[in-house]
Design a protein around this ligand. Structure first.
Ligand code: GLU
Length: 286
């Protein structure tokens, strides 16, 4: 990257307030923070609190406090997804205008039954893909079910999206790598439900663009999601940031840390008397 480009680096940390920050979060946040600081860029904070059933105000407050304690201070106002539902609605309308959204009335059980019945369901990153049952419903039948008040999710008709080959730049230890997007890996993803105005995929893609993010730094567990994010960027006319997916923090047995490992929350480490520098070193795996 040229020095001029580096000056404009905007990174972000985007935790969901469903628990206390743990070492994995600290690794993501500190990598984003360092990338922004190295380039005299900006490090933004976004609270991903769309899922009102799992997110708690107490955790959101603790995230801000822990980041400040670690010295990972963010630039500008915090974006809270729960305050921007109109943005997600606008993006859904745009996709609907392209004829790429359809209502899906299937319950989990019906999807599982359909997959078992068809025998040869295509496999995706997260198991068998949605078999497309509701994609094939006639318009009148859709209208009838909606009029009946049936619950539905909005799915993206991935195969119907007319886009050329899509790629993105992955920043790897050995240098930049061009990755070819395979949006079909997740099948027809759900982009919204009645109680969720936007799924993770839709909200994260739109928010990164709205916040002017140029470099996404996050754990490798979310790397595959980039395939679908790249498609959404193309469909919504959004710029594509660069991506850097880092290795996950593991415990001494090599197992990935989970939120249930309370002993490794920043809170718990603070309570044990660790300093911010020690917590940051532990997040680096030192
Ligand atoms: N909110 C997501 C999480 O906490 C991270 C989103 C992202 O970095 O793309 O796992």
């Amino acid at each position: 990257m040229s020095p001029e480009e580096e000056e404009s680096v905007v990174t972000r940390f985007a935790p969901s307030p469903t628990g206390y920050l743990h070492l994995g979060h600290v690794r993501s946040a500190s990598q984003g923070f360092a990338a922004a600081r190295r380039a005299a860029g900006r490090f933004l904070l976004r609270i991903e609190d769309i899922d009102r059933t799992r997110c708690r105000e107490e955790y959101a407050a603790a995230i801000l406090e822990d980041l400040e304690w670690l010295g990972l201070c963010w630039d500008g106002p915090v974006r809270r997804q729960s305050e921007h539902f109109a943005d997600y609605r606008g993006a859904l309308d745009r996709l609907a205008g392209q004829g790429l959204l359809y209502p899906c009335f299937c319950t989990r059980r019906e999807i599982a039954a359909e997959i078992a019945r068809s025998g040869a369901a295509p496999q995706g990153k997260e198991g068998p893909l949605y078999p497309g049952t509701c994609r094939r419903l006639a318009a009148a039948e859709r209208a009838r079910r909606i009029a009946e008040g049936r619950d539905y999710a909005l799915r993206l008709d991935v195969a119907g999206a007319r886009v050329g080959p899509l790629d993105w730049i992955e920043e790897c230890a050995a240098g930049d790598e061009r990755r070819l997007a395979q949006p079909g890996l997740f099948g027809d993803v759900v982009l919204a439900r009645k109680e969720f105005p936007a799924s993770y995929h839709l909200a994260v893609t739109l928010d990164d663009a709205i916040q002017g993010v140029t470099l996404v730094t996050r754990g490798v567990d979310l790397a595959a999601a980039t395939h679908i994010h790249r498609l959404l960027q193309a469909l919504l006319g959004l710029p594509t940031p660069r991506y850097r997916h880092h290795a996950l923090v593991t415990d001494t047995a090599g197992r990935r840390l989970a939120k249930r490992d309370h002993a490794l929350s920043v809170r718990a480490m603070r309570a044990q008397g660790m300093t911010p520098a020690e917590v940051l070193a532990a997040a680096r795996g030192e």
